[in-house]
Design a protein around this ligand. Structure first.
Ligand code: FES
Length: 167
């Protein structure tokens, strides 16, 4: 006898997101970029943001992402980029990994860090925007692959590591 558990439903929704990710790929004209990696699993996510003015306020017009390795991170990043459109920087900073995955439910314990990595990449991009508003060096971005090579795996607890976008 087969019973459909909550976990099966979650997996099905996750697979759906993975099969058809939205906003995946580099954004050449991004205004802000944030990259984070996880030393333990070796996965990385890079988030690209493009801003616009709406009634005198700066809002996110477009968001995209690149991800290496982790399918869950792809699914979470896809959902995150969809919910970012029209958000102010302050609103976007408030979005937690949990909110990003509300469509499919809470991530299982083994996958929580995947969501945190996406949240970290978004926060890192938003910080870039805060601190480097006039920095045209953003145009001169390294590739995700280069960043990955720079990553030095360490042992110990899982943690999200911000990776400089200006390597
Ligand atoms: Fe590490 Fe998903 S398994 S980010």
């Amino acid at each position: 006898m087969e019973m459909k558990s909550e976990n099966d439903t979650f997996e099905a929704k996750l697979q759906e997101s993975i099969a058809n990710p939205k906003n995946m790929g580099e954004m050449k004209d991004a205004d802000a970029i944030g990259t984070v990696g996880n030393a333990d699993c070796g996965d990385m996510v890079r988030m690209f943001l493009k801003f616009d003015e709406d009634k005198g306020q700066k809002v996110i017009n477009k968001a995209s992402f690149q991800s290496f390795g982790c399918q869950t991170a792809i699914a979470v990043a896809s959902m995150a980029t969809e919910m970012l459109k029209g958000k102010t920087i302050e609103e976007a900073k408030e979005i937690s990994a949990d909110e990003m995955t509300h469509e499919i439910g809470s991530l299982p314990p083994m996958k929580i860090h995947c969501g945190q990595m996406v949240e970290g990449a978004l926060k890192s991009a938003l910080e870039t925007e805060d601190t480097q508003k006039t920095n045209n060096d953003l145009k001169d971005q390294s590739t995700l692959a280069q960043s990955l090579i720079q990553q030095k795996p360490t042992s110990g607890k899982i943690k999200v590591i911000p990776i400089s976008d200006n390597i």
